[in-house]
Design a protein around this ligand. Structure first.
Ligand code: ZN
Length: 194
């Protein structure tokens, strides 16, 4: 058991594409355990391997509530096999201490991955749930994509980064996502009319 050092925004490994895991060795198993400990220690709901300097396709998530038992999940070589809908909410990231930003997400995702025994499993997350957001956030890390790339308002993001002494927004990484933004606007209009 060990608490690992978390890579901060601005460091290269966060922008690199991670490699598939070809063998779930003892080393990978220990890394997964240490990532879970590191996530808990930092009160995170997810942590991806590139955030601890390992550019391999693995992340851990635990979205259990305070009054529920711990439920750590390990995802190896995950793939989002279905995504639908639109949602948005304020997210943070352990690599961006104290910076919180409103980001766009799909509301529904279906993810296929391997567990630590190498057995395939499928997880579905609906209605813009915490699990749905965490799956998209962590999966992005494996492709060098960061939550701020999904920002709804780049000016607010710029300020959030500045206020926390983090490097500026990388303009060329910002995702347009017009279709998701249009759906979010429609949902907002519908709720205003209620
Ligand atoms: Zn993150």
């Amino acid at each position: 058991m060990a608490i690992l050092k978390i890579v901060k925004y601005g460091e290269k490994s966060l922008r690199q594409k991670s490699k598939e895991i070809t063998k779930i060795s003892k080393k990978i198993q220990i890394l997964a355990e240490n990532m879970i400990d590191t996530m808990y220690k930092n009160n995170g709901v997810g942590l991806a391997a590139p955030q601890v300097g390992e550019n391999i396709r693995m992340f851990v998530i635990d979205v259990s509530e305070n009054d529920e038992p711990f439920n750590p999940m390990v995802f190896i070589n995950p793939k989002i096999i279905k995504k639908e809908g639109a949602s948005h909410s304020v997210e943070g990231c352990l690599s961006f201490p104290n910076a919180f930003v409103d980001v766009r997400r799909y509301s529904y995702v279906k993810v296929k991955a391997l567990n630590l025994s190498g057995k395939p499993f499928i997880v579905e997350a609906k209605d813009g749930s915490l699990l749905s957001k965490a799956l998209q956030h962590e999966n992005d890390h494996l492709d060098g994509v960061l939550f701020i790339d999904h920002s709804r308002n780049r000016f607010e993001t710029t300020k959030a980064l500045q206020d926390n002494n983090l490097p500026p927004v990388e303009e060329d990484k910002l995702l347009v996502e017009q279709e998701i933004e249009d759906k979010i606007s429609e949902l907002e209009k519908a709720s205003d009319n209620e």
